[in-house]
Design a protein around this ligand. Structure first.
Ligand code: SF4
Ligand code: SF4
Length: 94
């Protein structure tokens, strides 16, 4: 059985909404951030981007059709996708 899944590494998510905007099957849902990641472990991300009041959660990961749209749009480079063969794809912001 096909089983694709998507995860967002919350502490790196800047809340840019790019994933939410580009995903054709609405995998991502934006949530109000209850705590800000005041200690960002990725200094490059922390220095480059402003963290916003929302964060993305991949609530509908199994619906992903592997279109790759989110993988180049993610400011925090914090999206990981697993395909049905267990291969992983990591977002890299371009
Ligand atoms: S790769 Fe998957 S999660 Fe990302 S935009 Fe495409 S369908 Fe949505
Ligand atoms: S594109 Fe990346 S950084 Fe932007 S909201 Fe989505 S998961 Fe967060």
């Amino acid at each position: 059985m096909r089983s694709v899944d998507v995860k967002v590494q919350t502490e790196k998510c800047t809340g840019c909404r790019h994933c939410f905007d580009v995903c054709p099957v609405n995998v991502f849902v934006m949530h109000i951030r209850t705590e800000f990641p005041d200690v960002i472990d990725d200094a490059e991300v922390a220095a480059k981007f402003q963290f916003r009041a929302e964060k993305s959660v991949a609530e509908h990961g199994p619906d992903c059709i592997l279109c790759n749209a989110c993988l180049t749009e993610c400011e925090g480079s914090c999206i990981t996708i697993w395909d049905d063969e267990g291969k992983t794809y990591q977002s890299v912001y371009k």
